[in-house]
Design a protein around this ligand. Structure first.
Ligand code: GYE
Length: 311
């Protein structure tokens, strides 16, 4: 080792960039696809990836980031489970001069120098797209012509950027629509199991009054579909459902007529992230914000689009 270190350029590890990545968890189909994309892209680009799964817990992410700092990785990237509470650990990374890239979800910190770049979707826009689709959907327009449209909302993880922003965007569009009412709103933590459980509670409380379900992700919608069926109602007909992500499970549900629309949120951030990491290490200027390109898929497009879906 001593010998190798004396020959310039002979230390192999010097050539490989080391990236520490702290992932939220494995709560959804979206997340699984996101993890796969990051791992594959790192391999492809020859970047050494230190990957850590936080199981939806902020304290685990903080621990992982501290360990990346101790290991002196070249770059830290992470998808913050919630928006707040990051200052102390990000200050430690800054003091150690390790650049931080946010992927998928944002943080809310006063000192903007604590992170370098943010790569991910515009969640507020996704919420707006879900609401715009709903307002323009013919059966809902008929309903609105006769009376009120009662919506229940399954929120994502409390305090997470996508839960906050998807709610905000949806409400922004509906505020000009007096007939549309959100009668219940609760978190389902972005999982199928919780989505089902909370939908059961909604149905118990409101029964047939519910016209629409807005779920902040497809997994919760898929869980809720089960609850709706078990209550003897028809998902996609008795309850109109719109959710976000556009994962394969959502396309299957649409083809079966049980989900009415999904708004795309692209999890395949790996290649873009690795490019960013390389640029950062090379000392290049990188954009502060990189927004992912996405579409909306109503039920009638599902069978045609399904074969093209990659996640
Ligand atoms: O929509 C959801 C996941 O942060 C965009 O997290 C991501 C969200 C995604 O659990 O399915």
């Amino acid at each position: 080792l001593v010998f190798l270190a004396l020959i310039p350029g002979a230390v192999l590890a010097k050539d490989s960039i080391v990236l520490g990545f702290s992932q939220v968890g494995a709560e959804s189909e979206w997340r699984t696809a996101n993890t796969q994309s990051i791992k594959e892209a790192a391999t492809q680009e020859g970047i050494t990836l230190k990957f850590s799964d936080a199981q939806q817990k902020q304290e685990n992410q903080i621990k992982a980031i501290r360990s990346f700092i101790a290991q002196r990785v070249n770059v830290i990237a992470f998808s913050p489970v919630v928006e707040t509470g990051w200052e102390p650990v990000l200050r430690e990374a800054k003091a150690a001069r390790i650049p931080v890239i946010l992927t998928d979800r944002a943080v809310s910190v006063k000192d903007e120098s604590l992170w370098l770049s943010f790569l991910g979707s515009d969640f507020v826009e996704e919420g707006r797209r879900a609401a715009k689709w709903l307002v323009g959907y013919a059966p809902i327009q008929e309903l609105a012509a006769k009376g009120e449209v009662n919506i229940v909302e399954l929120q994502g993880t409390v305090g997470s950027a996508p839960a906050i922003d998807r709610k905000k965007g949806f409400e922004e569009v509906l505020k000009d629509q007096p007939k549309f009412k959100i009668i219940r709103s609760q978190t389902g933590d972005f999982t199928r199991a919780k989505g089902k459980e909370v939908m059961e509670a909604f149905l118990k409380a409101e029964g047939k009054k519910i016209n629409v379900l807005y779920a902040h992700n497809d997994d919760m919608a898929i869980g809720a579909i089960q609850a709706i069926e078990e209550a003897g109602l028809k998902p996609g007909k008795d309850v109109i459902i719109v959710s976000i992500d556009a994962v394969k499970g959502a396309f299957e549900a649409m083809i079966a007529g049980k989900l009415n629309c999904t708004v795309e949120c692209n999890p395949q951030l790996g290649p873009q992230l690795m490019r960013l990491v390389k640029d950062v290490v090379a000392g290049k200027q990188v954009p502060r914000r990189i927004v992912t390109q996405e579409s909306v898929f109503p039920q009638e497009s599902a069978a045609r689009e399904f074969p093209n879906r990659k996640y």
